[in-house]
Design a protein around this ligand. Structure first.
Ligand code: BES
Ligand code: ZN
Ligand code: ZN
Length: 494
């Protein structure tokens, strides 16, 4: 069921333009969300309250009434106690509003309503942003866009009392559609998304956007640049590896850019160290880090923050063949270090290593990489919590704060110095991985050794949701960290 690339691109454009034409036959729904500090102004509620007092005790929706034209949902924001220790995971106002509204908007979508009006009552911009991102992200469903694009979304009208209402809605739409783009890329089947089509998609997506330039290093260029590790991973695939570079420059700004690097393994079979079936089943998502980086770049192109950014997508397919790289191979990296391959399934760190060298040498202000790097991280933190490794405490702190604020809470992990000796090789400068304990830590230590004098952070993500809840109407790519990193970029902007 391979579709032509042109068709995929058409879907992407549809996704980005987010035009919502209603084909629903149902009635019109109304969602009213009241902030803790807001006051219900509506006469309807006053009339309904005595009859529905019992339903007013928490839960989402707080109250649902079936009106003559359609359902009417009343939601009341929660008064959140922000604890800074054990309660670190208590939701932010943004996350609370996003997830509560998503819960009822899912019902509205399931009811195939013709239109939905959403009214925010309150003055908390964070809550309102979360609410709008929730609506945008809940609207996404892969099967609506692929293989045929069918519009079944209700017409959506959002109201609030903010003076900068339009700006806030646009901001949220840019974040939500960036996350949806990342989800779409992960959801694409691996026979449609391979290194060659990925490159074309990126070029098409960023074509003509102001201040943005997308360029690609093809196989020949990777050879010329001496990117031995990246090339080795991709050498058995029918579609050769590439490095996608998206550059965003804010007008008149000469400052060093922020650099973002994503792991883009379009399918990870494990290579000659082949994965068992259960381990291979979801490996189309092994480009999830690069999808997040591309979704973030798309947000940057819309939001146009006053900060320069470079986005690198290290793309390859870890395939099997007579010319595949092998355990015991010794490969020379871009920076001249030699790496003895211990396991071909530890391929993500190899493609990232050479790209970290390239990114470092451009002298950015900082580097953040995002990767579905290890299976080990999910045993420690679960699938929803990314592990954050960093060689710079203040960078880590800002990233942790953005991730908590945007309801994508990460957890800091240590770069245990003593573990580094486990990456020693007898025949090369290092091995690519270790057996046994602390797999996420040794993987991060491997990456760190390719960073050249730049503050650096690494997110080890899962990139996939197995649950259908909140903004996720189906299992699939989750666009993990697009929201958090968008907030982070704003903290770095002038
Ligand atoms: N892409 C996988 C990591 C992964 C597995 C992420 C499952 C999410 C879910 C990565 O390339 C890999 O296979 N890593 C190995 C490393 C090992 C061979 C040292 C792992 O984690 O098992
Ligand atoms: Zn692997
Ligand atoms: Zn992998």
């Amino acid at each position: 069921m391979t579709q032509s690339l042109g068709q995929i691109v058409k879907k992407l454009k549809y996704l980005q333009s987010a035009k919502k034409t209603s084909t629903g036959k149902g009635g019109s729904g109304v969602i009213k969300f009241k902030s803790v500090d807001g006051k219900w102004p509506s006469k309807e509620l006053a009339a309904l309250l005595p009859r529905h007092k019992k339903s007013l005790t928490g839960g989402a929706p707080l109250l649902r009434v079936d009106g003559a034209k359609g359902p009417l949902w009343f939601l009341q924001g929660k008064d959140l106690e922000q604890k800074n220790h054990y309660g670190y995971f208590s939701p932010s106002p943004y996350a609370m509003a996003r997830d509560m509204v998503a819960g009822v908007f899912r019902q509205a979508l399931a009811a195939k309503l013709k239109s939905v009006k959403v009214e925010y009552i309150g003055e908390n911009e964070e809550e309102f942003l979360g609410l709008c991102v929730g609506l945008e992200m809940t609207s996404y469903k892969f099967s609506r866009l692929w293989p045929e694009s069918s519009s079944q979304l209700p017409q959506l009208v959002v109201k609030s009392g903010f003076k900068n209402h339009g700006k806030l809605v646009a901001e949220a739409q840019a974040v939500g559609s960036g996350a949806n783009l990342a989800r779409f890329l992960v959801d694409l089947p691996p026979n449609a998304l391979n290194p060659t089509s990925y490159e074309k998609l990126a070029m098409e997506t960023f074509k003509g956007l102001k201040g943005v330039r997308c360029s690609v290093w093809n196989h020949k260029r990777l050879l010329k640049e001496g990117m031995g590790l990246h090339l080795a991973v991709g050498q058995a695939s029918e579609t050769p590896p590439c490095l996608i570079h998206i550059e965003y420059r804010s007008p008149g700004l000469k400052d060093a850019p922020l650099a973002f690097v994503g792991k883009g393994i379009t399918f990870d079979s494990g290579g000659l160290d082949i994965k068992p079936p259960s381990g291979m089943r979801l490996m189309k998502k092994d480009m999830g880090g690069s999808a997040t980086v591309m979704g973030l770049a798309h947000w940057v192109a819309q939001a146009r923050p006053k900060v320069n950014c470079d986005f690198y997508l290290a793309v390859a397919e870890n395939a099997i063949g007579g010319n595949a790289f092998r355990p015991s191979d010794i490969i020379t990296a871009k920076n001249g270090k030699t790496v003895e391959i211990h396991n071909t399934d530890a391929e993500g760190r190899l493609v990232l290593a050479d790209t970290l060298t390239i990114a470092s040498r451009k002298k950015p202000k900082l580097i953040v990489d995002v990767a579905t790097l290890t299976g080990a991280i999910k045993y420690g933190l679960g699938s929803d919590t990314p592990g954050l490794f960093s060689n710079d405490d203040s960078l880590a702190e800002i990233l942790m704060s953005s991730s908590q604020k945007r309801g994508e809470t990460a957890w800091r992990m240590p770069l245990v110095p003593g573990e580094k000796s486990r990456l020693r090789s007898e025949v090369a400068d290092m091995v690519n991985c270790t057996d046994g304990f602390g797999g996420a830590i040794t993987a991060a230590l491997f990456l760190e050794s390719f960073v050249e004098g730049v503050p650096w952070a690494h997110f080890d993500i899962y990139g996939w949701t197995g649950k259908t809840s909140g903004v996720f109407r189906h299992t699939g790519g989750n666009g993990q960290l697009v929201q958090a990193l968008a907030d982070f970029v704003m903290t770095q902007a002038k």
